[in-house]
Design a protein around this ligand. Structure first.
Ligand code: SF4
Ligand code: SF4
Length: 373
């Protein structure tokens, strides 16, 4: 943490590697230096030196970071991999002092009480999904909160379940025994609650003898990887393998498609190519790249719980900027591989009046739209 003093606010962390646009979502949204990665570090430093206390406004600045990791990718200093950890530590300190914004406290309290950030009943977690409970199957399908409770996420889960069933994959779900994976809880600095959630999920999975887990959400993928003891796959990897092994064969789709890299899949876990391989396997589909892609991707603004409380909303929100960038490619479809991205970009396409021009679709939905044999 002492290295935080070495940040000299040069600002590389705000950009992608070609400096073409602002790539830190809160900075791109508000354009105040305090909302940039370096600004946040200087605020934290001033706090450590006893020069400022975290007022409501300052704590909102610290919590507006989406943990997208663009700063870690583009800072030129040796400490770059620690930047997000420092922000998480600052949040932890703010939480411990009772200075967190109310929407962050509600988010965490709902997860503590109900196992999801919306405070919805546990029994609604999977009572809508026709999929068998895990019973020694090859894979456990872990839904995560967005795919369990949010409409766009639920449609992703339904589509993927249909593909798994048609491909004859042996899998099951935890149903109401699944509990929040804790990824956002960790990123918001509530490390104790994260440990509790991880222990609870680990216990449930171990008692059932689970060895292999498929996560639809990259956030869940990231968290479950840290649980240790399980082999974890993102659903894009499973789709790619099912196509490569010939278990499913996508039909033709004559559409131009651009792919939006989710931060917790790309920058956090290096999974850039598998989703593109899925799309490239579709006959007739033309894949075009947005200016910012792969490690330079621009976050949809949904990380760190923002998909619930959306601190960055408005005409200049990252999601709306991303949808405009996608539309500039001429794509008719924005392909996504994360339920938070799907909801954020889908809402943004509506707000931008672009919904008829660019549809936001997840990989499974695209594969089903082509028809599979
Ligand atoms: S975090 Fe790194 S790139 Fe950003 S202002 Fe500080 S030293 Fe510069
Ligand atoms: S993790 Fe992303 S949102 Fe947070 S400071 Fe870094 S670039 Fe900005």
């Amino acid at each position: 943490m002492m290295d935080i003093h070495r940040c000299f606010r040069c600002g590389y962390c705000k950009f992608p590697d070609d400096f073409s646009k602002y790539n830190c979502p809160p900075y791109a949204r508000f354009r105040f230096e305090s909302f940039s990665p370096g600004g946040r570090l200087w605020l934290t430093r001033a706090f450590l030196n006893g020069e400022v206390d975290f007022s409501k406004h300052l704590s909102e600045i610290i919590f507006s970071c989406t943990a997208c990791k663009n700063c870690a990718e583009n800072c030129r200093m040796g400490f770059k991999d620690e930047i997000v950890d420092w922000i998480v530590s600052a949040r932890r300190e703010i939480l411990e002092r009772g200075l967190a914004p109310p929407f962050v406290r509600d988010f965490l309290e709902n997860i503590r009480k109900y196992g999801n950030p919306w405070g919805l009943p546990r029994k609604q977690r999977a009572d809508w999904l026709r999929a068998k409970k895990y019973d020694g199957d090859d894979y456990l399908l872990f839904l995560g909160c967005e795919c369990s409770y949010e409409d766009r996420g639920r449609s992703m889960a339904k589509n993927f379940v249909e593909i798994l069933e048609r491909a004859g994959v042996s899998f099951g779900i935890l149903g109401e025994n699944e509990c929040c994976d804790g990824n956002e809880v960790f990123m918001l600095g509530e490390l104790g609650l994260f440990q509790e959630l991880a222990e609870r999920n680990k216990k449930t999975m171990s008692e059932l003898g689970v060895q292999k887990v498929i996560a639809i959400s990259p956030h869940a993928y990231n968290a479950i990887k840290s649980y240790e003891g399980f082999e974890v796959f993102h659903y894009s990897q499973i789709l790619r393998d099912l196509i490569q092994s010939g278990k499913i064969k996508p039909g033709e789709l004559r559409k131009t498609v651009t792919y939006h890299d989710p931060c917790f899949l790309g920058r956090y876990n290096g999974i850039y190519e598998e989703p593109r391989e899925v799309l490239n396997s579709v006959p007739g589909l033309r894949l075009v790249e947005m200016e910012r892609n792969r490690k330079n991707s621009f976050c949809c603004g949904g990380g760190s719980g923002n998909f619930v409380f959306d601190l960055l909303r408005g005409s200049y929100s990252p999601a709306r900027e991303r949808v405009r960038e996608a539309a500039e490619t001429g794509a008719e479809i924005i392909a996504v591989a994360c339920p938070a991205c799907k909801a954020m970009l889908d809402d943004a396409a509506k707000d931008e009046g672009l919904k008829d021009r660019v549809a936001v679709m997840d990989l499974s939905e695209i594969i089903l739209r082509c028809g599979i044999s």
